[in-house]
Design a protein around this ligand. Structure first.
Ligand SMILES: [Fe+2]
Length: 537
């Protein structure tokens, strides 16, 4: 596979500055585990954590400070790991297909230092987990994203900046909070690009070793801010990017060539700062989001807090701009108010542009009793959303929109070979609502949608088993001549009954049949955000 894996079972005890991580040499492992277990057994009651995700678990390889905090995003399936491993020849149940060649990459939060303020998952230092497949075998490695902010904190041995819950300090960081690069990632221009949800500075990782090589610079672009869910058009190899911020221009979008050279960038005129999360694209258009869920810049200026409000009296606007168009060429379409995290796919159909995605009409679900000061954060992370379709008529300006299905799902992905062209299938994560026992963001099953019919197939991961974003992995050599679902779906799961983690591979034509192969990973993999597939890497 082109990279040097360590022998099976060998732990990469991070050297130098990572001695601060709390990683423990093997000789201390038993003592460490016993101490941690004792800490966990003698904890005060953790009402919020207990209510949201169940009892606090004692882990051998985690940060000890988590056991002093009643915050569900630091425990159980969210608890950080302190290990960086590289292991090949993993145990496989079932059979890994020979035409599955490439790597599943997944980013996510993995905090090193105890937070200064209320911890939110966007604040955790980025960690990338990778599972590579070649000739029916699988290997695994994981590494921190060594951001500038993390390096500064490792120097002083503590957290030095606030997180998403504020207060924001623009003297301490250009973003007012810590840019963790923990949200998204994909393979582009020979490197692995990691991105932060809040349009941070992208980092470049070696896709074989996962070592951080520095900022991911685009040649010819003077600033480097870039949002998560910038994306690669697999047909042209171009990077279609966007960013957003508190100062005009509130949004830009652009194109870079397959080698990482800037080709085009346009400034987008918005009424004020916004919080878009994704874009869509077709061969001719980029679809930008102006969503009525944003903060008041005056409140940010006065109180250093980003207080988000969902403006039910404002439309959601989608801006269709030619891929190489100027800002004044954008055409806005007004729709029913909503918030959108993730687009599944977009395409052109005669005079129409179609966009499938997950839509929320309630981006701030109600808080519950007992969540206290965490209630605001927990409500935001509940994610009420369902599969939805918008249609924009370029000739008449007409908009049509409606549900594809009403099941609560998110983290939707499609076959990347079909990105920008008409597609039928999407692969979502099932997220139980509060009334279904889902107190927060945990994925309990894989849902395959046929968006033409609205029919779905479903595979539940099992009681106490939680998944990661699933990606579609085309078979080696596949093109759009192959059937759209003639490939595989890959995800990671963590089992809270024994804290084992596995990589699951499904036949995309029949996800309801369950995984065709199950790879045992060498460590517990904590909850994460986004994943992507890199063919042949
Ligand atoms: Fe996202």
């Amino acid at each position: 596979m082109g990279w040097q894996a360590l022998p099976a079972g060998q732990v990469r005890i991070a050297a130098g500055h990572f001695s601060l991580l709390g990683c423990c040499p093997d000789s201390r492992t038993s003592e460490w585990a016993e101490t941690t277990m004792n800490q966990a057994l003698h904890l005060p009651a953790y009402p919020v954590t207990d209510d949201c995700i169940g009892g606090v678990a004692a882990f051998e390889h985690t940060q000890p400070w988590i056991y002093g905090l009643d915050n569900p995003y630091l425990h159980g399936v969210y608890a950080p790991t302190t290990l960086e491993l590289s292991e090949s020849g993993l145990r496989v149940e079932g059979e890994l297909p020979k035409d599955l060649l490439g790597t599943y990459f997944r980013n996510g939060p993995n905090p090193i230092h105890q937070p200064e303020n209320r911890y939110h998952p966007f604040d955790g230092d980025g960690m990338v987990h990778a599972v590579s497949f070649c000739e029916g075998e699988a290997s695994y490695r994981n590494r921190y994203v060594e951001t500038v902010a993390l390096a500064e904190e490792l120097q002083v041995g503590r957290s030095t900046s606030n997180g998403v819950m504020g207060p924001f300090d623009f003297d301490a960081s250009p973003f007012g909070i810590k840019d963790t690069s923990n949200t998204d990632l994909f393979y582009y221009a020979g490197g692995l690009m990691t991105l932060w949800y809040n349009a941070g500075h992208p980092y470049r990782l070696n896709p074989q070793t996962l070592e951080t090589e520095g900022y991911f610079e685009l040649e010819g672009r003077s600033h480097r801010r870039l949002s998560a869910h910038s994306k690669v058009d697999w047909t042209t190899g171009e990077l279609l990017f966007f960013d957003y911020g508190d100062e005009p221009p509130y949004m830009t979008c652009g194109v870079a060539d397959p080698s990482g050279k800037l080709l085009h960038e346009a400034e987008i005129d918005l009424p004020g700062p916004r919080l878009p999360h994704d874009i869509g694209f077709t061969p001719n258009y980029t679809i930008l989001h102006d969503l009525p869920f944003f903060h008041d810049p005056k409140v940010l200026e006065r109180h250093h807090l980003r207080v988000l409000t969902f403006h039910l009296d404002m439309p959601t606007r989608f801006g269709l701009i030619p891929r190489y168009g100027r800002g004044d060429e954008i055409r806005w379409f007004e729709c029913e108010p909503c918030y959108i995290l993730h687009v599944s796919n977009c395409w052109e159909e005669g005079d129409w542009v179609v966009m499938d995605g997950c839509r929320s009409t309630n981006p701030m679900p109600s808080a519950t009793n007992g969540e206290g000061e965490l209630s605001h954060m927990l409500a935001y992370m509940r994610l009420e959303a369902n599969n939805y379709r918008w249609r924009f008529n370029l000739r008449t300006g007409e908009v049509r929109e409606g549900n594809i299905d009403d099941l609560n799902t998110e983290f939707n992905k499609t076959n990347p070979l079909y990105a920008g062209v008409k597609s039928r299938f999407a692969y979502h994560q099932r997220i139980p609502l509060l009334e279904e026992g889902g107190h927060t963001l945990r994925f309990t099953g894989l849902v395959k949608y046929d968006n033409e019919t609205g029919c779905r197939q479903q595979w539940d991961y099992g009681e106490g088993v939680f998944g990661s974003e699933a990606v579609y992995a085309p078979k080696v050599g596949a093109t759009r001549e192959n059937a759209e679902d003639d490939g595989y779906v890959v995800t990671l799961v963590t089992d809270s009954t024994d804290w084992s983690s596995h990589c699951l591979v499904f036949d995309a034509t029949d996800v309801a049949a369950g995984p065709i192969a199950r790879v045992t990973l060498p460590q517990r993999v904590p909850f994460g955000f986004h994943a992507s597939w890199a063919p042949g890497i």
